[in-house]
Design a binder for this molecule. Structure first.
Ligand code: BG6
Ligand code: MG
Length: 224
């Protein structure tokens, strides 16, 4: 009984945001760049295929894409293909406007901070710092972990555990916002709470699912 009461006292003291697909629609830019690569290699990449790529590192995503196309490649060829995809992705990023940040996201971050909740960014992308700079939110986070700082890609919990450590908050008091199945799994494996951003069918393992990041109401923090 005492144990249960203690558990209930666990408050959310930090929110950790994924980037692509949670703060901005760069997930779509990743998809378009992978689709172009698949087309160049002679096959189609569908939005359903793309769900497997979300949250996963560049090289692991490439392995999945090649597998979907039944293509084998040497390490050197893979490097060339990954660089090509990254250049196409960056063509979109270069044209990105600060207004592309999802509506209500800045407000949500501000509200969380005003309540004394720490805010972290945990993105598998090696382009994350460029993207948040372009959006003008690089100074909003108490801790940032990106794809250059981790060894294991989501669904491994490493990225979230490292972010929590940098924030100085124990995992049980962290809430993750994720649009990727692999990201939800990573959050759960880290022992954190998770809000899925997207379809409840896809993200049914999350503690709560919202259609858009800003649909999350901070009054929910106490209920999680
Ligand atoms: C994740 C995206 O945030 O970053 C994946 O969801 C992407 O789609 C991964 O593959 C790696 O991104 P980058 O920018 O390092 O190629
Ligand atoms: Mg994402």
């Amino acid at each position: 009984m005492r144990h249960i009461e203690n558990k209930k006292l666990n408050l959310i003291r930090a929110c950790i945001f994924d980037l692509d697909g949670v703060l901005v629609d760069t997930a779509h830019y990743h998809f378009l760049a992978w689709k172009r690569l698949a087309n160049e290699l002679g096959f189609e990449l569908t939005p359903a295929d793309n769900e497997q790529l979300k949250g996963v590192s560049r090289m692991q995503s490439l392995d999945i894409v090649l597998q979907l196309g039944g293509i084998t490649a040497t390490e050197h060829e893979k490097e060339v293909l990954a660089n090509k995809k990254n250049a196409w992705f960056n063509d979109f990023v270069d044209r990105m406007m600060p207004e592309e940040i999802f509506p209500g996201v800045k407000q949500l971050i501000r509200e969380l901070k005003a309540k004394g909740v720490k805010v972290g960014l945990a993105s598998s992308s090696k382009n994350a710092k460029t993207v948040i700079q372009l959006l003008g939110i690089q100074n909003e986070f108490d801790a940032i972990v990106d794809g250059t700082m981790i060894v294991n890609s989501k669904p491994h919990p490493e990225i979230f555990l490292l972010t929590a450590e940098k924030l100085g908050i124990v995992p049980e008091e962290c809430l993750v916002f994720e649009d990727a199945e692999a990201g939800v799994e990573a959050a759960l494996a880290a022992g954190m709470k998770c809000v899925g951003v997207g379809s409840p069918l896809q993200l049914n393992r999350a503690h709560e699912v919202v259609a858009k990041t800003a649909d999350f109401k901070i009054t929910e923090l106490a209920k999680l």
